[in-house]
Design a protein around this ligand. Structure first.
Ligand SMILES: [Zn+2]
Length: 234
């Protein structure tokens, strides 16, 4: 059975944010339209992270949010009530709401402006009130990043947790060497090594004529998900 938190995040991921003039979604597809074809079980079953043959990491926004957020239904209901007749934009609504409950705004983030490996763009405002840490979260559901965000939903959670992106990818060799993505770098046993940065592995592989996959720096086996030979005809 999905948890209530999973259910709430699934609802956000399948929320229609409409079709905008700016939105190139008729060509590239809108996130909400793609997501609506998927069940919550599909999201639960998807890998936490995948790597492709170009070395590009994709972290499931569904899994990421489930690992760092907690439901805050009372505060969220208060927000919905506060904004029900507002004609202002979401960001202005959040600012007004925080003022009304005497909250302290902390980090304000749009992940599009940073190196983020998340599968969808997030926009969020972190704040503190009554000794608790909260996040007003919007998920980008359109095709064009300028528009197409869900309404802000209030969750409990900390900036440190939502901003920290992590994932583990293995090589397909017998020893299954792990590659840990941790806050923007690839680590092995908690240590940074230039040798295992994926772009470096790709560069080194190209030099010796390996172009079809990203080889493990320890055993040479393809890293999971990077073997383009397996995708031919798949
Ligand atoms: Zn290996």
């Amino acid at each position: 059975m999905p948890t209530q938190l999973q259910q709430r995040i699934y609802e956000m991921l399948t929320t229609s944010t409409g079709r905008h003039m700016l939105d190139s979604g008729d060509y590239y597809g809108r996130n909400w339209e793609k997501n609506q074809t998927r069940s919550i079980e599909d999201f639960i079953a998807e890998p936490v992270a995948t790597l492709d043959e170009y070395g590009s990491l994709d972290i499931s926004v569904f899994h990421h949010l489930n690992s760092c957020l907690f439901l805050a239904p009372e505060l969220d209901a208060e927000y919905v009530e506060f904004t029900k007749s507002s004609e202002a934009g979401h960001l202005e609504d959040i600012a007004d709401f925080l003022e009304s409950i005497s909250a302290t705004a902390t980090a304000s983030v749009n992940t599009y402006n940073h190196d983020s490996a998340l599968s969808q763009v997030l926009q969020y405002q972190c704040f503190e009130v009554c000794g608790g840490e909260y996040i007003a979260l919007q998920i980008h559901q359109g095709a064009d990043v300028r528009g197409g965000y869900t309404r802000p939903v209030i969750f409990a959670g900390s900036f440190e947790d939502i901003a920290y992106e992590s994932a583990r990818i293995y090589c397909t060799g017998q020893e299954r060497h792990p590659y840990d993505w941790s806050g923007g770098e690839w680590l092995s046993d908690g240590e940074y090594s230039r040798e295992l940065q994926i772009h470096h592995l790709i560069e080194e592989a190209r030099k010796v004529g390996v172009t079809e996959y990203v080889p493990c720096y320890q055993c040479g086996a393809p890293l999971e998900g990077t073997d383009s030979r397996q995708k031919v005809g798949a």
